[in-house]
Design a protein around this ligand. Sequence first.
Ligand SMILES: [Zn+2]
Ligand SMILES: [Zn+2]
Length: 937
Amino acid sequence: MIEALDIQVKGIVQGVGFRPFVYRMAKKYLINGWVLNATDGVFIHAEGEAKLLDEFVIELSENPPAASRVEEVTLKEVPLEDFDSFEIRFSDAGAVEKTTLVSPDLATCDDCVRELFNPNDRRYRYPFINCTNCGPRFTIIEKLPYDRKSTSMKDFPMCERCAREYGDPLDRRFHAQPDACFECGPHLSWREHEGLPGALASVDASVPAVGLEERTNAADEACDAPDAIALPLGPVIWGKTRAESDAIIARAVELLRAGKILAVKGLGGFHLVCDANNADAVALLRARKRREGKAFAVMAASTADVRRVCEVNDAEAAALEGSQRPIVLLKKRAGAAFAPGLADRLPELGVMLPYTPLQHLLLHDFADETKGRGYCLIPLLVMTSGNIHDEPIVIDDEDAYAKLFSVADAFIGHDRAIRARYDDSVVRVIDAGSAGEALQFLRRARGFAPLPIPLASQPAERADAAASRGTRSASADESLRTEVRGAAACDRIPGTAEALADPDGPEGSHDASREASVRSQAILAVGPEQKNTFTLTRDAEAFVSQHIGDMENAETYDAWLQAKDRYETLFEITPTRLACDLHPEYLTSKWAHDESRARKLPLTEVQHHHAHIVSVMGEHGLPGPVCGIAFDGTGYGVDGAIWGGEVLLCNQRAFERFANFAYVPMPGGAAAVRHPLRMAYGALWAFDLLEHPGAADALAALGDQAALCEQMIDCGLNTPMTSSVGRLFDAASALLGICTEPKYEGEPAILLEAAMDKNQTNVSHETAEAGQREAAHAAADAAAALPAAPPNAEDDAAAADRYAIEVVKNTATAESTAQDTSVVLFDAAPAFRALLDDKAADVPVAVIARRFHDAFVQAVATAAELARSVYGIETVALSGGVFMNRYLVEHALAALERVGFTVAVNRDLPPNDGCISFGQAVVAWASNEEGAAERGA
Ligand SMILES: [Zn+2]
Ligand SMILES: [Zn+2]
């Protein structure tokens, strides 16, 4: 029997080849009707045999294009209209498509990779091959609707054959906006410094490319050549034909083999590239890029290759191979050797797979030439952002020649303009307890932004999860609980729990006018100073920008302004409300205050750690109250001190400070961050441990500065007080001699975590024979086969084996408020005393580092237990830069779930300051929602 259905498909279904997919499926199942893009998804009118209709719908839901994400399919039986064919309809009014989403860029798909390496394909080795399932999107779009003439592909009129594919609904390039070929599309360009042997000259299209074999002499010479970057750049050479294009890639591979550094244009900016197995090249890149210690990310040809040097579980393989192709932090295999200077002293290596055709070609050709060479067993290329000194990534060819002139020996550019900076995203897979393996973002950019994150609360699912979980434990000391309860009741805080509880209950009771009032608001949350992102809201969606960077130089600030303007134009958002950090000196805060005055816009100032916790609440749709635990570097507190070890009882609008780490002085302020020994001095001073024998060598290393620190603390000169857990980790790292002169932000804590890993050695494998290396891999395989102790299987010995952080009642004064004075303080003095005892007793650093970490895991559990015993709060949210520490977040999650808490961590955003703008937006949104409710009442 013939039936008719109206089908609506919601999710990521636009700009990802969904309509042609529907068209093909309609042909397959003999369906007539039409498909259309609309504001809220794809609409299909389908007429066909009932059984075939069913199969058609199942195929839509279960087998959609790789880059799409079907979230909801709704069906409605409708009268037959007797269509005799199936067609793709185009909405005539641009208005319909304007509010659709912009797809992130997508990695080259398998079909295109196959064609790329198929000598019989007309796009064989074409460095810009793409289709409806892959290629650039966000980085080429200029305005909506997404259409070739609104992208930087508008300068490339399609040749006849490309146009035919583009217009054929059965072709896999149907309406692929960046579709192109050698004949009609963009081409590579090449430019190198003069003076390098074997320089590439323009290749005559009629002669075949110069083979690599014939060029190896030139490569050897290039190896010995003096630094050419002092010499001018040669002419630009274009790869307009396959032969010319291949000659460019061959020359690039030749220079990489010779240890040279290339600037290579990618999707969202230039990369600086060198042979990751060549220690000299890596060192040269560090020197030229002025990046001393921070690990470099690498690109490998395949997951199989990566497995030989890193541990890769299924979730990690999925992350590596997904169409977003982020940098995935992977555990190095025990015994795997890497070039010195790549990622020294770290247990993890950042790895990604090729995601542009050009990268596939480079890796493929480079790999052919380097089998069995170098430190590690696989060919690897360093792929690091094309910038110097933390400036924004370079996206323009001319800019690259100027800014990277003295960094790169040669440049591969092209003539397809990049319209937005788009750094590589960085993720890792963590064990998230009952949630299983989960992605943790460290940087969210390419492949993920600008997909929106919903702002509306959807609390039901989480509440159920809480109810189904285990019972409470009685691990917190009963007398302490009573004391804390007493403190909360007597000293202060008028009705914390009541104040934070949503008066409407978790579901809320949104009436239509209130909803409309809230939805008409467009919030611009400007974000923090470090790892900045900004967030714009439209209706109940938050567009969190890609990673912008640290707002420390004019270039990054300009990049921020540009990116903000682009989002406002692209998504047609004019902010009606602003949100910023409480810190008055942040560039973004100043901008927000000025803008608020100039345009008379309401401004919500949000405390940094409240924003952290609310970002988690917003991502999970938790209305609160939650027990929010923010372990962080630095954030401006409402009392003017530097916060960063906070337990905040939060809803999405307000918070009360329930607990914090007892303040320690930071002699010299920011200088104490750059010189962790100063931070160590501050901690020792606060904990009365300056005379401890275990501290003697650290104080000796501080030298004259010890007296200076003492003086500054005594006079209160440039010595802010801080509750930051990040700074306590810095202090411990310095006291143990692990890191006293950090070369990048967070290094002391990162190395303190790495110090727990006994497998980390700095043995040079330079002379290791291949056989020895294979033996090391066999040993690693054997080690990997041994069952590892799961984080929640803590035995009694381990519990007795950690340092203690004490909980003490805080003293409130008449002036104290619920926001600036907490109920309890965490005192890290006993932990530091035990650390120094162990150090004096020559306990191995790996053991000390683990005992120190476990103290903070226990502090998390204690904080949550206390908040629950006093206020009955069962949900814990963890955020802050310190939770990028894998050990800490995994063990804290396990410890909390073991005693029945529901635990939420950042899911689509990083726990570091990359989540702040979203948290700010949610606070402004929720505050305004409350205001709307009051006005409506
Ligand atoms: Zn493709
Ligand atoms: Zn073409």
